[in-house]
Design a protein around this ligand. Sequence first.
Ligand SMILES: O=C(O)CCC(=O)C(=O)O
Length: 305
Amino acid sequence: MNRATTNSEPKMVTMGKQTMEMGGPYLGWMKDSSDLMGNPAGLRERMAEDGYLLLRGLHNPDTVLRVQNLMCSNLAENDQLIPGSNPADCRVREGAHGAFLGGSKALTRSNEFLSMVESPELMAFFADYFESSVITYDYKWLRVVGPGEFTGAHYDVVYMGRGTRNLLTCWSPITSVSLDRGPLAVLSGSNHLQQLRENYGEMDVDRDHVTGSFSNDPLEMIRLFGGRWLTSEFEPGDAVIFGMYNMHGSLDNASSQFRISCDCRYQRATETVDERWMGENPPAHYAWMKGETVTMEAARKRWGV
Ligand SMILES: O=C(O)CCC(=O)C(=O)O
């Protein structure tokens, strides 16, 4: 079930400032795979087909709400919200912007946050999925996305591909995310683009000094690769899990509220890890966007895409 408002007016949204109609040729709903929870073989099969799993209530919503509370209080204390407004509404103060809080120790190492993204239930879910003991990267990606902001289309492998490629991203909303509040979007069929895996998908942003997003133009992506963008509305507790070769980004945050979400990584404990994301002080990206950088446009010319 998707949580769209159902009225007869076509719902128009934007991604990278390009307008698309919800349910039209370029944008549709993600498939809900929640009915497969408890059936790891079914989940793996769905993942192999679709490249993503939308799972409602994967996290305990109360645990997520505690993180929401922490984040909203932090935004209020830092004068990012409209004075006097309810912090839980995340109403953005004039002139305030979103922030990437990946690696922030105060937030991502807090008990509240770790109780959500390293909960015994979540680790057990991944252990069942992988049929193995599992680990999660110590570094956590935490995003506060402001009005007008969005994420361009990319494969995660270009940012974290030095260990096993059998690494999963778990994207989790911390606030409610309506269609207007910049939800995650995936490009259907993008997990089956063999050639793209072999050129773009072999890139490493720190080694190659290349900007990471393949494109900020969602319609160009469809012209090049076919498929449709798929998205959903989300509530705390929901998650979307996908692999390293799933093209994704987000719709524009067209609301006046921050969208808060996190994306964390899980893999078999027995496989190699990308050391940039491990340890008490993960090195993280050490060369990306530093010094001379090759534009994605130039890299794409070289690959002929
Ligand atoms: O939340 C977003 O805007 C982007 C998320 C993302 O790129 C990821 O989960 O890998």
